[in-house]
Design a protein around this ligand. Structure first.
Ligand SMILES: *Cc1c(COP(=O)(O)O)cnc(C)c1O
Length: 456
């Protein structure tokens, strides 16, 4: 098929949409390591996990063997409101870069929450409703996950309690109000509503909170209130399963035109969008059917894959959650206050960690000033105002395309554009005012945090 026949946007028709999520773990020889109980350090049993998470989600979390999980009809109907997400051939960006490379991106920002997180939020809320629960609790930092979950719960008529890190609650009033539009209750964390919140407030009056503390409050509330469970927006196997919709759609769209990517790039925070985007392609690689280069892009200020260690660690600063074996900087690691680009989780999805350890994936880290420069370059030619997180992938894709210009190779690049940046304009403002700096954590800072990892 000739080049010009590939449209600027490749859409799938309703009957071409995926009907099942793909479980990449089914094709992995080395499975991701099991979650451990924070008290006993023994693998978490289904029963123990069900005290915190919904029953069906626990089943999905622990299943390393079933390759496909049917997407329930009600979730597929919800997906139809904002999916398929467009797969865009970045003709304008290619032209601006004067590169022989062919660049495609999968755009996940076409919904009110502004990111891919809604793909898993609706699934998790659906299973909570199916189980007859009253509601779910969660934490949110910058607010994307809380917004996505509020939308899903609002749609299904489920109560949604969000603990929002206090400084974000104060500094990001728009996100907070969007969550309220969808009927969620939003509590600044730490709060007086939980034991752990009261304890932290007594110890550190005036604290502006942290994600670790908000997680602890959300988990405590889910345990204390009958009919509630806790839900999490990244890192877990179940979240990667739901996010496989990104890769399945992207692959179906490319297959329609006989396009095979050489390089697949995604930003990596907890790993859910990258894991979802690469899933069906990585499956082919693991089964020996095709080969691709996979690149995870993380900030230099929070470099879990590139500078962390592959060890068991807590998923939260409060150390109440199960331990996961993952590339980690240590749960006490806190990125520099000057870091504005998101992707600030200290660890990485256990599934992606295992794949990286086994050499199936590459990882690079990039500086935030270059990330924002790439974001603007992209916005000006492709129109979309990208989220800072997504812009890590943009930068890496642009750099690959520039290398193609030097070597004359016409490689095909696919990257994940995870969301929009309308709520990140304070970070853009910093960039414009020349107030943005690049901070690289010192060896000592990382070593200090790693020294505090649990001994497993
Ligand atoms: C949350 C988020 C990310 C990072 O999360 P992952 O779990 O690593 O995908 C990336 N981009 C956007 C827009 C997000 O909201």
């Amino acid at each position: 098929m000739s080049e010009t026949q590939i449209p600027y946007k490749i859409y799938l028709s309703e009957d071409e949409l995926p009907k099942a999520w793909y479980n990449l773990r089914a094709d992995m020889k080395n499975k991701p390591a099991p979650l451990l109980h924070p008290g006993t350090l023994e693998p978490m049993t289904a029963g123990e996990l069900e005290a915190v998470f919904c029953t069906e989600l626990v089943r999905q979390e622990l299943d390393n063997d079933t390759p496909f999980f049917e997407i329930p009809q009600e979730i597929r109907d919800f997906y139809k409101m904002y999916r398929p997400a467009p797969l865009v051939r970045a003709y304008c960006l290619e032209k601006a870069l004067d590169t022989p490379a062919k660049i495609y991106y999968k755009f996940e920002g076409n919904n009110t929450s502004g990111s891919h997180k809604l793909n898993s939020a609706i699934a998790q809320a659906y299973y909570a409703k199916e189980q007859g629960l009253k509601g779910v609790t969660t934490e949110t930092g910058a607010g994307q996950w809380g917004t996505a979950l509020s939308m899903a719960c609002g749609y299904l008529g489920l109560d949604c309690k969000v603990y929002m890190v206090k400084c974000s609650y104060d500094q990001k009033p728009f996100r907070r109000e969007v969550m309220k539009v969808y009927g969620a209750s939003v509590t600044p964390s730490p709060s007086e509503t939980t034991n752990v919140g009261r304890k932290i407030l007594a110890e550190f009056p005036g604290t502006t909170g942290s994600l670790g503390c908000a997680i602890s409050e959300a988990v405590e509330t889910a345990g204390a209130e009958p009919g509630y469970r806790y839900v999490l927006g990244s890192v877990l196997n179940q979240v990667m399963l739901h996010q496989s919709i990104i890769g399945l759609e992207a692959k179906a769209a490319l297959d329609k035109y006989g396009v095979k990517p050489d390089i697949i790039i995604g930003c990596a925070g907890g790993g859910s969008n990258l894991g979802g985007l690469i899933a069906p392609f990585m499956g082919e690689k693991l089964r020996g059917e095709a080969d691709y280069r996979f690149v995870a892009v993380e900030p230099v200020s929070c470099p879990s894959l590139t500078r962390g260690e592959y060890r068991y660690d807590f998923c939260d600063t409060g150390m109440v959650c199960p331990l996961a074996k993952m590339y980690t900087l240590g749960s006490s690691f806190i990125p520099s206050a000057g870091h504005a680009g998101g992707l600030r989780f200290h660890g990485m999805s256990p599934t992606l960690s295992q794949l990286y350890a086994d050499g199936y994936m590459e990882a690079i880290s990039v500086q935030q000033t270059s990330v924002f420069a790439a974001a603007e370059e992209f916005a000006r030619v492709e129109g979309i105002l990208p989220a800072p997180e997504s812009s890590h992938a943009i930068l890496a894709a642009v750099n690959e395309a520039k290398r193609c210009k030097e070597t004359g190779e016409a490689k095909t690049i696919l990257f994940g554009l995870t969301g929009t940046g309308y709520f990140d304009l304070l970070a853009y403002e910093k960039f414009h005012n020349g107030e943005m700096t690049d901070t690289v954590p010192t060896e000592e800072a990382i070593a200090q945090s790693l020294a505090r990892l649990p001994k497993v």
